[in-house]
Design a binder for this molecule. Structure first.
Ligand code: ADP
Ligand code: ZN
Length: 191
């Protein structure tokens, strides 16, 4: 009859640092590739900490990804043959990424986004909450709190070994900066 559903939807994988978002994104990419789907992955050009042209997880997995400077660049780079679009570190894009994901899903693509849902202060991070609102599927991962073993939903920022303050600049020249997984109770923020 007329009940022929169309493909195209948005999946979001969120959580704190070390929760396994990139690992999970790479797992989904691999499985789609095994099923002979055409997959194209993107990441913001500013994120080249581990890999210039790939998605890298903290446990060493890597998948190819095209670095882009803005969300519309993703739309322009997705050709009709692509079935699956993956975006890592989605929190670093601006709000335009929401409309880009919506358009791709409307075109029939499976869109998989991975990104931080909270910043180091525990506040909603960039476009991730907006994506969570429009996604069909949401996976929220937890790391393990390095202080108590509880569910680490937060990312602790340490500057020269001390908890960062609410208003510390995102980039601090000459300071040694470190991030670790912590639960809500162990997360500290200097005021
Ligand atoms: P994310 O993309 O969410 O930052 P990754 O997929 O890059 O996470 O890394 C997940 C990996 O990080 C885990 O498989 C584990 O090897 C490592 N890891 C390091 N610290 C922790 C922690 N506190 N809790 C859980 N995993 C951790
Ligand atoms: Zn804890």
């Amino acid at each position: 009859s007329v009940f022929v559903h169309r493909g195209g939807w948005i999946e979001v994988i969120c959580g704190g640092m070390f929760s396994g978002k990139s690992e999970e994104l790479i797992r989904r990419i691999r499985r789609a590739q095994i099923a002979r789907m055409q997959v194209k992955a993107f990441k913001p050009a500013i994120d080249d900490r581990y890999h210039a042209t790939g998605i890298a997880s903290h446990n060493g997995l890597v998948a190819d990804a095209q670095p882009v400077h803005s969300a519309p660049e993703i739309l322009a780079s997705v050709t009709p043959d692509i079935n699956v679009v993956a975006i890592d570190e989605v929190q670093f894009f601006d709000e335009q990424v929401v409309e880009v994901c919506q358009q791709l899903a409307d075109q029939g693509k499976r869109v998989i986004c991975a990104g931080l849902d909270q910043d180091f202060r525990g506040q909603a991070f960039g476009p991730t909450p907006l994506l969570l609102a429009v996604a069909e599927y949401i996976t929220k991962l937890q790391a393990i709190c390095v202080q108590c073993g509880g569910p680490a939903s937060r990312t602790q920022r340490l500057i020269n070994g001390l908890p960062a303050a609410v208003d510390d600049p995102v980039i601090q020249v000459g300071a040694s900066e470190q991030y670790e997984a912590r639960c809500r109770h162990c997360h500290e923020l200097l005021t």
